[in-house]
Design a protein around this ligand. Structure first.
Ligand SMILES: [Zn+2]
Length: 186
């Protein structure tokens, strides 16, 4: 698989692919990564039950966040936050955030915060023979620091939950509403 093909799992669609009903207000709905062109398709529950062409690479339930009316982040604010999120998880590096780190690293590469450096294979001798582990290497463009991420395979469910976690993290850090006018001293 191409190293960032799973990034083709774009953000959830605004409407059901078949009936056009808005999915923004629905808390949960089915999503697939189509076998045909590896694109993401979102459905409302009713249409999914009627949908005939159920050939997919990956199926999952998308959980939506309510839209946030506050000020959107600038590109730089977003990149800084994503990097901060990445770095705090990278320092902990426990098994539960492996996929998240993998996803964030690719996202940061897409946003040109990281450069792609290549992959490395490490062999580990164990009781049942040698195990090979693949790592992906990225470089922070600003600091030149390298990070190594354990390679993962495509998993729609995990991508979707990573996206949701990132969205929540960014929402928690949205700028508060700007005051309309500075209050004046009398
Ligand atoms: Zn529908």
């Amino acid at each position: 698989m191409e190293k960032d093909q799973y990034l083709n799992i774009s953000r959830p669609g605004k409407a059901c692919l078949l009936c056009g009903k808005s999915l923004v207000e629905i808390k949960k709905h089915p999503s697939i990564l189509s076998n045909e062109d590896a694109s993401r398709k979102d459905f409302c529950k009713d249409c999914w039950e009627r949908y005939k062409d159920k050939s997919y690479f990956s199926y999952w339930i998308t959980k939506r966040l309510a839209p946030d009316p506050r000020q959107p982040l600038s590109r730089k604010e977003r990149n800084d936050l994503l990097l901060r999120m990445f770095e705090s998880l990278y320092r902990v590096a426990d098994e539960t955030n492996t996929y998240m780190l993998f996803y964030l690293a690719h996202l940061l590469m897409r946003y040109k915060v990281f450069n792609w450096k290549g992959s490395e294979v490490e062999s580990e001798g164990g009781e049942n023979g040698t195990i090979e582990k693949s790592f992906l290497v990225f470089e922070n463009k600003n600091t030149g620091e390298e990070v190594r991420i354990l390679d993962q395979t495509l998993d729609g469910e995990k991508v979707s939950s990573s996206q949701k976690q990132i969205e929540e993290y960014l929402n928690q850090n949205l700028p508060e509403e700007k005051p309309e006018e500075e209050s004046r001293q009398q």
